[in-house]
Ligand binder design. Structure first.
Ligand code: KG4
Ligand code: ZN
Length: 355
């Protein structure tokens, strides 16, 4: 795969557009096992051949992800899922040119399953492999569509992370702010649990919110300093409300919680746009699948005259395609990762190693 940049002048600003072009027909297998989704994606340059995701239901009754269960489920599923993805893609393992896999951040036991499997494939097939940062993977879901220009801002809102990041150039990140306590998706999951929905709660809250009445409950919009986020207070406000009002309507709680959770994201991102003057905004991570969020951010983008990019729904939540694309792009610039590379529970975007 080869990429090239094209630059344009608009209003005195040089806009650099990255194109990923179909040149040498490189097949990349992307493997994702950082949390409770086992996912395998197959990419032929920038053409998606297969995107298979297996979501683990075993955690539902525990109201959250149980790390040991997640790892055991990945072990059971990752090999058959890879076979299925190859079948869907009409390819054999021997057709794979590059193996890309998530090394972190995430649950160590879960990550080690994917990473060990990817290393074994790389050795057995004698192919290069690239170990990828999961957060960068979410960001690369934006590059599945063309037209995104550097620099751009990204709001990453998932189950484990909520951060606003300046992407200055390819592989060059500055995290401007992150949550000081719960992540946005985590707040959706915890509120869902409080009002009796299973894990993961985000889609249940979104669905219930459609029948709820806005404005009948006054949850406070969090106001942490600068470009930081905070969801612990909002979650506690929901908990106290349910205790004080045992006859609460859960659709109303869902609608009003969701509105405030999204409003908080909007307020912080608005500040980030004003302070950086960047005109491109991407939103990624599981919470970006929320249709109300997509609608509200579209409103923000029109108000502020900026370009908004959000991946297709299936590439918002964890998937193997985003990992395949990140690995393919990193491989072009940095080559293969060392086979000694390890899994990491934490790895900020500003600190991704190039080995
Ligand atoms: O990115 P992701 O699939 O995994 C992580 O990297 O964490 O995000 C999962 C999170 C969960 O907290 C889930 O409840 C939330 O994304 N989520 C949603 C929606 N779909 C998934 N939150 C709100 N609305 C949704 N439609
Ligand atoms: Zn994720």
């Amino acid at each position: 795969m080869e990429r090239f940049f094209q630059s344009f002048m608009i209003d005195g600003n040089v806009l650099i557009i990255l194109f990923i072009c179909l040149q040498c027909d490189m097949i990349t297998l992307g493997i994702e096992t950082s949390c409770d989704e086992t996912a395998v994606g197959i990419l032929d340059d920038d053409t998606i051949l297969a995107n298979i995701v297996s979501s683990q239901v075993a955690h539902t009754k525990f109201g959250g992800v149980v790390p040991e269960l997640a790892a055991r489920n990945h072990i059971k599923v990752v090999v058959p899922l890879t076979k299925l993805a190859l079948e869907v893609a009409h390819r054999d393992l021997s057709d794979v040119d590059l193996i890309s896999v998530t090394r972190g951040p995430g649950l160590i036991g879960a990550l080690l399953v994917g990473l060990s499997y990817a290393k074994s494939l790389a050795i057995a097939l004698d192919r290069p492999f690239v170990a990828v940062n999961h957060l960068e993977g979410h960001i690369y879901a934006l590059h599945l569509d063309r037209g995104l220009q550097y620099p751009y801002l990204v709001l990453l809102a998932s189950g484990g992370h909520t951060e606003v990041v300046l992407v200055k150039d390819e592989f060059s990140y500055e995290t401007l702010g992150r949550t000081t306590d719960d992540a946005c998706g985590e707040a959706f999951d915890k509120v869902a649990k409080i009002i009796g929905f299973p894990y993961p709660g985000g889609p249940y809250i979104e669905n219930a919110a459609k029948s709820g009445v806005l404005g009948v409950i006054d949850f406070p919009v969090p106001k942490p300093k600068g470009l930081t986020f905070s969801y612990a207070g909002l979650k506690t406000a929901v908990l106290y409300f349910t205790r004080d009002n045992p006859d609460y309507k859960r659709d109303d709680i869902a609608a009003n919680f969701q509105e405030v959770a999204i409003e908080h994201l909007i307020q912080v991102v608005r500040k980030a746009i004003v302070s950086t003057k960047v005109r491109q905004l991407g939103i990624v991570g599981g919470v970006s699948a929320n249709k109300r969020l997509r609608e509200k951010f579209q409103g923000l983008a029109s108000d502020m005259g900026i370009m908004l990019h959000i991946p297709e729904l299936q590439y918002c939540t964890d998937n193997g395609i985003m990992i395949a694309l990140t690995g393919a792009c990193r491989y072009v610039k940095y080559g293969s990762s060392d086979l000694s590379i390890d899994a990491v529970a934490r790895e900020p975007l500003d600190d991704i190693p190039t080995v």
